[in-house]
Design a protein around this ligand. Structure first.
Ligand SMILES: Cc1cc2nc3c(=O)[nH]c(=O)nc-3n(C[C@H](O)[C@H](O)[C@H](O)COP(=O)(O)OP(=O)(O)OC[C@H]3O[C@@H](n4cnc5c(N)ncnc54)[C@H](O)[C@@H]3O)c2cc1C
Length: 389
């Protein structure tokens, strides 16, 4: 039987980031992932990318992962443009308003996983268990006992669920979940564009949902996240490549000219999830296991990374001797649940505000966006929030 202080289930971006921040904690850690964790990146930029904000970058720098990213594959962006399709509503942000070198960086998720994997696999206090299927989790008051596919047993004092939206850990404790479908699917793909993106992240609000163009390292290449009402998304997925890219160019008001697909489109259903308990017995939840939000503001993993910052700080302070003291972990739960709830409400507000074709609502949106665009203080506050500062 293996005995550890902490087991992190999930070796994705969030689980690995947590393990990396516990290097000097004096705690013994197992990280369990149901698949191999690191893998080579394909030639064409993958369509699963994230806009990493300045706060998340700082955390990744601190643990030594940022320097290990394949930098020829990521793209810092220095401007942001948000507008409503077929409208005068427009707002733009630039680095000059922030005193930072960039507003954020677009990075492939797997690039981040690979870099964090390099960091964590060097840590003497971490045992990585890959391709490992958990068969059963048995709980006592102050520990969890896991049985996994090779028949071994693992006893752990804390069990951290970093195993994503369908978290096995969350389900094993029957933690109640508030959830609703956004009734939208996000179509993601890498595209080549006629015009250069000029390191600007763009987002158009269309009557069926938002469309983001995230700049990639190649000046004529972007990653798209096209969130559309479910029926409309199915129609778009059914189109052939040429029809699809024509629709894409129209929806973006031709901002980047005609475009072509560089890899396969993938459609992902969007669901809001909010676990009602993030601490239950020896279980603690982080990242998508605790919350999932609409990708329209590109904040999901940034929120998850900030969970890990606070949780790691708590665990580093507690050390092995005080792991059973739940007060500090309760503070983590309270604080991060409040942040997630705020973000969920903000995303819902944005989604409601920009949905539909009602001309009065559209006029108000237009006036509002133009007004905000002319208010430097308000704009600065908005951009600082997005950057996680
Ligand atoms: C279309 C789209 C665009 C997005 N864009 C952005 C963006 O621009 N910026 C941003 O901040 N966020 C973005 N997000 C959100 C972001 O992708 C997620 O928040 C992030 O991937 C969550 O990371 P995670 O490590 O918590 O979970 P996951 O990435 O789901 O990782 C979970 C890990 O656990 C493993 N696992 C699962 N089940 C088990 C099990 N039973 N046992 C062992 N291991 C298990 C998996 O193999 C995986 O390695 C976007 C999301 C979507 C859908």
């Amino acid at each position: 039987m293996v005995k550890v202080d902490i087991t992190i289930v999930g070796g994705g971006m969030v689980g690995l980031a947590l393990a990396a921040q516990l290097k000097s904690s004096g705690l013994s850690i197992a990280v369990i992932n149901n698949r191999p964790i690191a893998r080579a990146l394909p030639n064409i930029t993958e369509s699963r990318v994230s806009a990493i904000n300045v706060a998340s970058q700082a955390m990744l720098e601190k643990v030594g992962a940022w320097a290990l990213l394949q930098s020829e594959r990521f793209c810092p962006y220095t401007g942001m443009q948000v507008w409503e399709q077929d409208s005068f509503a427009k707002i733009s942000f630039a680095t000059e308003q922030t005193g930072q070198q960039c507003l954020g960086t677009i990075v492939e998720n797997q690039n981040i996983v690979n870099a964090l994997y390099q960091v964590v696999s060097q840590q003497a206090n971490v045992k990585l268990l890959e391709n490992c299927q958990i068969e059963r989790i048995h709980y006592s008051d102050d520990e969890a006992i896991l049985t996994y596919n090779n028949g071994e047993l693992l006893t752990t004092r804390l069990l951290i669920g970093a195993d994503g939206a369908e978290s096995q850990v969350r389900k094993s404790k029957q933690i109640p979940l508030t959830f609703w479908s956004y009734d939208q699917q996000a179509i993601v793909a890498t595209i080549n564009t006629e015009k250069t993106h000029d390191n600007i992240a763009r987002q158009a609000f269309t009557p069926f949902g938002p469309l983001a163009f995230l700049p990639l390292n190649e000046p004529h290449q972007c990653s798209i996240v096209w969130s559309q009402d479910t029926e409309r998304a199915s129609e778009l997925m059914a189109l052939d490549e040429q029809q699809f890219t024509q629709q894409l160019a129209v929806a973006s008001d031709m901002q980047l000219g005609p475009c072509q697909l560089a890899n396969q489109r993938v459609s992902i259903p969007l669901t809001m999830r909010y676990a009602r308990e993030w601490l239950n017995g020896p279980v603690v939840l982080v990242g998508d296991a605790a919350h999932t939000i609409h990708p329209l503001a590109g904040q999901g993993v940034n929120l998850g990374f900030q969970d890990t910052v606070m949780l790691a700080e708590s665990l580093n302070n507690l050390g092995a001797g005080q792991l059973s003291d739940r007060r500090v972990l309760r503070a983590y739960e309270r604080s991060r649940k409040a942040e997630a709830a705020k973000m969920i409400a903000t995303m819902e507000g944005f989604k409601q505000l920009f949905s539909g074709r009602d001309p009065v609502k559209k006029l108000i949106r237009g006036i509002g966006m133009r007004a905000v665009n002319d208010m430097p203080m308000v704009k600065q506050r908005l951009i600082e929030q997005a950057m996680g500062l």
